[in-house]
Design a protein around this ligand. Structure first.
Ligand SMILES: *[C@@H]1O[C@H](CO)[C@@H](O)[C@H](O)[C@H]1NC(C)=O
Ligand SMILES: *[C@@H]1O[C@H](CO)[C@@H](O)[C@H](O)[C@H]1NC(C)=O
Ligand SMILES: *[C@@H]1O[C@H](CO)[C@@H](O)[C@H](O)[C@H]1NC(C)=O
Ligand SMILES: *[C@@H]1O[C@H](CO)[C@@H](O)[C@H](O)[C@H]1NC(C)=O
Ligand SMILES: *[C@@H]1O[C@H](CO)[C@@H](O)[C@H](O)[C@H]1NC(C)=O
Ligand SMILES: *[C@@H]1O[C@H](CO)[C@@H](O)[C@H](O)[C@H]1NC(C)=O
Ligand SMILES: *[C@@H]1O[C@H](CO)[C@@H](O)[C@H](O)[C@H]1NC(C)=O
Ligand SMILES: *[C@@H]1O[C@H](CO)[C@@H](O)[C@H](O)[C@H]1NC(C)=O
Ligand SMILES: *[C@@H]1O[C@H](CO)[C@@H](O)[C@H](O)[C@H]1NC(C)=O
Length: 323
C-alpha cells in the first residue's frame, strides 16, 4: 500500500511538473525554424505541406490552389497586464517564389480557419464577401506578383500592408536599400531566388517597418516601408495566430518558405543561413545531413506534443493505480 501511494504521489508530482512545463511552453512567444522538418507545431491547411527537404510549400503549381500555415499556438498579443510592452512583435522569414501567380502573405489573425478564403488575387486570405470588413481583424503583409486592378495594385511586383482587406493601406514596388551602394535596388519577387523579409512593429511608437533583401545581403539600414499604425483594434485579443498564406490562379507558382523567426519581445533571432534548406532539389544524402543539423535547441516549442503524450500516459498510470 505504501508503495502504491508513493507511486501515486510521484505520478502526481510528475503530472504537475509536466502540466506547468506544457503551459509555460504554450506561453512561448519566440521561435526560430531553419526549415520545418522538426517544426511539428506548424499547422498546414489547403495545399500547404512540408516537403522532405524541410521547405514549407504553400502552393504547388496546380491552378487555383491556396495554402495557409500557422504557428500552432496562439500568441498572447493584447495582454492588458503587460502594459510595458504593448503589441510589439518582430518577425523575419525567407521565401522563394518561382513565377508570378499570385503571391504570398505573412499574416496575424484571430483565427486559423481560412477554408472560405479564395484563390487567385485573394491570396488565400479573404473572399468577395469579407474583404475589407473590419470584423476580420487581420494584419497582413503581401508579396504580390500579379497586378490586380480590382484591389488597386500598383504593379505586378509589390509589397503591401493590408489591414482587413486586399486594398493595401500602403504599398511599394519590391526593392531594398543597399547599405553598400547607398541606394534602392529593385528586387524581383518571383525570381526563385530566396528573399529575406523583416516585419517589425513597435507598439509604443506604433511604427510598422517592412524590409526585404536578397538572402546574401545583410539587413538594409532603411526599411522599404515604415508606417505609423495603431493596431490596437486588430490585436484586440489575447489570442492571435501568426502564419502565411499563398494562392495560385490561372497562372501558377510554387510559394516556398525556407525559414521563419518570430519574437513578441525584442528582435527576432537571426538565421544561420547555412542551415536553411535549399530550393534547388537536394540529394538524399543532403537530406540526411539536414535532418541531423536541424535537431537544435532553437526549435524549443517542438517538445510540446511529447509533453501532452506524457500527460496522457501519466494519467493512465494514475488511473491504473487508483483501480
Ligand atoms: C497540387 O496539390 C493538389 C492537391 O493538394 C493535387 O491535386 C495536384 O495534383 C497537385 N499538383 C501538382 C502539380 O503536384
Ligand atoms: C490580469 O491581471 C488580473 C489581476 O491580477 C487577473 O485577474 C487577470 O486574469 C489578468 N489577465 C490576463 C489576461 O492575464
Ligand atoms: C467569406 O469568409 C468568411 C470568413 O471565413 C465566411 O464567414 C463567409 O461565409 C465567406 N463568404 C463566402 C461568400 O464564401
Ligand atoms: C462585416 O462582417 C460582419 C460579421 O461577419 C457582418 O455582420 C457585417 O454585415 C459585415 N459588414 C459588411 C460591410 O459587409
Ligand atoms: C528608397 O526607397 C524608400 C522607400 O520607398 C524611400 O523612402 C527612399 O527615399 C529611397 N531612397 C533613395 C536613396 O532613393
Ligand atoms: C523602423 O524604421 C525606422 C527608420 O529606419 C527606424 O527609425 C525605427 O527604429 C524602425 N522601427 C522598428 C520597430 O524597427
Ligand atoms: C489606438 O486605437 C485605440 C482604439 O481605437 C484607441 O483607444 C487609442 O487611443 C489609440 N491610440 C492612439 C495613440 O491613438
Ligand atoms: C475589443 O473587443 C471588445 C469586444 O470583443 C470590444 O468591446 C472593444 O470595444 C474592443 N476594443 C477596441 C479597442 O477595439
Ligand atoms: C481562368 O481561365 C478560365 C478558362 O480556362 C476562364 O474562364 C477564367 O475567366 C479565368 N480566370 C481568371 C481570373 O483569369
Amino acid at each position: 500500500m505504501a508503495i502504491i501511494s508513493k507511486s501515486i504521489a510521484l505520478s502526481i508530482n510528475t503530472l504537475l511538473c509536466l502540466v506547468s512545463c506544457v503551459l509555460s511552453q504554450q506561453q512561448e512567444t519566440e521561435f526560430l525554424h531553419h526549415g520545418f522538418l522538426k517544426a511539428n507545431n506548424i499547422l498546414n491547411y489547403g495545399s500547404a505541406k512540408i516537403l522532405p527537404s524541410g521547405i514549407l510549400e504553400l502552393t504547388n503549381t496546380s491552378r487555383r490552389q491556396m495554402g495557409q500555415a500557422f504557428h500552432g499556438f496562439p500568441i498572447p498579443f493584447n495582454n492588458p497586464n503587460s502594459s510595458s510592452n504593448p503589441l510589439s512583435f518582430s518577425t523575419s522569414f525567407v521565401f522563394s517564389i518561382n513565377a508570378p501567380g499570385h503571391g504570398l502573405t505573412f499574416m496575424i489573425s484571430p483565427s486559423m480557419d481560412f477554408t472560405k478564403a479564395m484563390t487567385n488575387q485573394f491570396l488565400g486570405l479573404f473572399n468577395t464577401s469579407n474583404n475589407g470588413n473590419s470584423t476580420n481583424r487581420i494584419l497582413a503583409v503581401e508579396f504580390d506578383t500579379v497586378k490586380s486592378n480590382e484591389f488597386l495594385d500598383i504593379d505586378g511586383n509589390h509589397v503591401g500592408i493590408d489591414v482587413n482587406g486586399l486594398v493595401s493601406v500602403e504599398s511599394a514596388p519590391a526593392a531594398f536599400f543597399s547599405n553598400r551602394q547607398g541606394k534602392n535596388i529593385t528586387l524581383k519577387l518571383s525570381s526563385k531566388d530566396p528573399i529575406r523579409a523583416w516585419i517589425e512593429y513597435n507598439g509604443v511608437e506604433m511604427i510598422l517597418n517592412v524590409t526585404l533583401a536578397p538572402l546574401d545581403t545583410s539587413k538594409p539600414k532603411l526599411p522599404l516601408m515604415s508606417r505609423k499604425m495603431n493596431l490596437t483594434e486588430i490585436f484586440n485579443d489575447t489570442k492571435m495566430y501568426v502564419g502565411f498564406s499563398a494562392s495560385t490562379g490561372n497562372i501558377t507558382s510554387n510559394h516556398y518558405v525556407l525559414g521563419w523567426s518570430f519574437s513578441r519581445e525584442g528582435k527576432a533571432k537571426e538565421f544561420d543561413l547555412s542551415r536553411l534548406p535549399s530550393v534547388s532539389a537536394p540529394s538524399p544524402s543532403d537530406l540526411d545531413d539536414f535532418d541531423l543539423l536541424s535537431d537544435t535547441p532553437s526549435d524549443s516549442v517542438t517538445a510540446n506534443p511529447k509533453g501532452i503524450k506524457m500527460i496522457i500516459i501519466c494519467t493512465l498510470v494514475i488511473m491504473v493505480f487508483m483501480i
